[in-house]
Design a protein around this ligand. Structure first.
Ligand code: AMP
Length: 617
């Protein structure tokens, strides 16, 4: 039963549990909700502003300041001030080592494969804990502004975030005391904010262009039957409005004649220049000239000079759009709508270049800093059951499966399946009396597990001893709406059961996912050939095992010649296994099978006769 409470501020009745939408950004984060007029609205807590800088300052006692107040420490206290934590979320040191110099704080590099940690003074923090601090601040602001507890949220992530990064985001939410109902792709949320995808009948292909302060993403989405499928993503994780600011600073400095050495002595000038450059850039979004000065340095600049400076960067983003379209197998004419996200899309050159490239007007009427959070709030509203007609789904980018005999990949959930989804298959044992079964879970498109990525493994223990082939082991995969996988194995005859949530130790980058997909195409032919030979070998080994067992248990039923001939055929099959072609192996299996089949019938006859004998009539 839904609880009803009274909002003491307004005197109105409200459902106690508001679900908020959170845009947990690299530079800024914000939170939105659906207001009583049923419109998505960003939360502005008592004039503190809407955007919460995703920055944390940790003092000696480990106390945290989050947001604007923390940002002020960025320059004078870099070792204690954590920014861009989203770049570390769900990543291993190996993932980030090539850009570790970007961070001014200490990143622990003692173990390559596990998730990174940040060291401040003598304390260690995981990016999950740090993100939780930002989420806690957002939760507190929402509670303060709405005067109601906020316990449930939808959080957005980039479309290219892998399992590990999504799981880490979810864990951060949990740690912040939030029940994370759904992890939603940022471009999906941005589209929703523009009402795109809300009509289940609508079929559309859209491009979401997201240029923020430090990152650039382009995503191509296909919307069909209320399902958002990510067709392609591209971008540059180190390109954004900050680069525009730097370009302006460099222009002013080179014009001033000051050397870099001279400037190095004036740390505070650099900071003042940075602020001035950002102000100039913003001003030029709606004016043609900017006038200013910092410590005697002329800081004037006009729009066309500015556009000349940033043109190469803008061109770079357009090249990414081209690549994304090519990856999706589409051309510009296939794109029905373009959605603009991120503060830097306010720069007219950016907006015009994107519109020119796609040959269409762009969607830019909403505040580009807010669209993702607004869309997340709409998704939250849908999940709250307030828009029953809509069901939002995503799809899984890579196939999920288990290892079967011979190191083959057996796909259980194929790629591009809608999530949430559930699928299962039945397996059995290969050896008599086998009591344990190892279940190894893989992700990828290749036929051999060695070419795919291992997500985890576990053992189903305590299967009662039975002949090979008797146990019935159901393996079920449950992929939830966030793309998190739970694997369940159950032996049906005995009811022995085991269940695990698969949490990859570290994830794949979008480039790696792409490579895995491309590899599967380019290796398709040899993979099929390999799969066939492995299947033939596995079948051969099973046959040898069965015949061997037969001779051990029922050898007395064979004549001397029959036994000799069987052993000869066994030898031939054995010899063909390592080097024979698929057809040669299958021929040997057939021969042995044909020759020994009558023996098996003999055993059956005897068994029946024995059974009859025992029965009194
Ligand atoms: P985001 O990461 O989406 O919050 O984007 C922040 C970036 O947008 C920063 O680089 C800002 O300087 C930039 N930005 C904000 N307002 C404007 C504006 N009016 N014109 C150009 N860039 C802007």
């Amino acid at each position: 039963m839904a609880k009803i409470s009274i909002n003491l501020a307004t005197g109105s009745l409200q459902k106690e549990d508001i679900i908020v939408g959170i845009d947990l950004g690299t530079t800024n984060s914000l939170v939105a909700f659906i207001n009583p007029e049923k419109h998505p609205q960003v939360i502005n807590d008592a004039g503190k502003g809407v955007l919460v800088p995703s920055i944390i300052n940790l003092n000696k006692n480990g106390d945290a300041i989050v947001g604007t107040d923390a940002k002020e420490h960025l320059i004078e206290d870099p070792e204690h001030t954590i920014f861009s934590v989203k770049r570390l979320l769900g990543r291993s040191y190996k993932d980030i080592e090539h850009y570790q110099n970007f961070f001014s704080y200490k990143i622990v590099d003692d173990d390559n494969d596990t998730l990174v940690k940040v060291k401040v003074e003598d304390k260690f923090y995981s990016p999950i804990e740090l993100s939780a601090m930002i989420l806690k601040e957002l939760k507190a602001r929402a509670e303060h502004a709405l005067k109601t507890p906020v316990n449930r949220a939808v959080i957005t992530v980039p479309a290219y975030f892998n399992d590990s990064q999504r799981q880490a985001t979810r864990d951060a939410g949990k740690l912040a005391g939030l029940d994370v109902l759904r992890i939603v792709n940022e471009p999906t949320a941005a589209s929703l904010a523009y009402g795109i995808g809300l009509n289940p009948e609508e079929e559309k292909t859209i491009a979401v262009y997201d240029l923020g302060g430090g990152t650039f993403d382009i995503s191509i989405l296909r919307i069909q039957n209320g399902i958002f499928e990510v067709l392609a993503t591209n971008g540059d994780t180190f390109l954004g409005g900050d680069d525009f600011d730097r370009a302006i600073i460099e222009f002013w400095i080179s014009r001033s004649g000051l050397t870099n050495d001279e400037l190095k002595q004036y740390k505070e000038i650099r900071q003042a220049l940075r602020l001035k450059a950002e102000a100039a850039k913003k001003h030029l979004s709606s004016h043609s000239t900017f006038e200013g000065e910092v410590q005697g340095i002329d800081c004037s600049i006009d729009k066309s000079t500015f556009e000349g400076l940033i043109q190469p960067k803008v061109n770079h983003t357009i090249a990414s759009c081209k690549n994304a379209l090519a990856d999706a197998g589409l051309t510009v004419t296939d794109i029905d709508s373009i959605v603009m996200v991120g503060g830097s899309t306010r720069t007219p050159l950016v907006k015009n270049s994107v519109a020119n490239f796609f040959g269409k007007e762009v969607n830019d009427t909403l505040n580009p800093d807010e669209v993702v959070a607004l869309g997340a709030a709409i998704q939250a509203d849908i999940l709250a059951g307030n828009r029953k007609d809509i069901l939002l789904l995503d799809v899984t980018p890579l196939s999920l499966g288990v290892e079967t005999m011979g190191g083959l990949m057996d796909v259980i959930i194929p790629r591009n399946s809608k999530v949430p989804t559930k699928a299962g298959r039945q397996y059995t044992t290969a050896i008599d009396g086998q009591v344990n079964m190892k279940i190894s879970v893989f992700q990828g498109e290749r036929d051999l597990i060695k070419d795919n990525r291992k997500l985890g493994e576990f053992e189903l223990k305590g299967i009662p001893a039975m002949p090979a082939g008797f146990p019935k082991v159901d393996i079920n995969f449950l992929l939830n709406a966030d793309g998190i996988l739970t694997v369940q194995a159950i032996e049906l005859r005995s009811g022995v059961k085991q269940e695990v949530e698969i949490k990859p130790s570290y994830g794949l980058t979008d480039a790696e996912v792409e490579k895995m997909l491309l590899d599967s195409v380019s290796h398709a032919k040899e993979d099929v050939a390999q799969r066939m030979i492995i299947e033939a070998r596995t079948e051969g080994e099973q046959m040898l095992y069965t015949v061997d067992r037969f001779i051990k248990n029922n050898g007395q039923l064979l004549s001397h010649d029959e036994r000799a001939k069987t052993l000869e055929l066994v030898e031939e099959l054995k010899n063909s296994l390592p080097t024979g072609t698929k057809d040669e192996i299958l021929a040997k299996i057939d021969e042995l099978n044909e020759y020994t089949r009558p023996f098996a019938e003999r055993v059956m006859d005897i068994a029946i006769a024995t059974a009859m004998k025992g029965k009194a009539i």
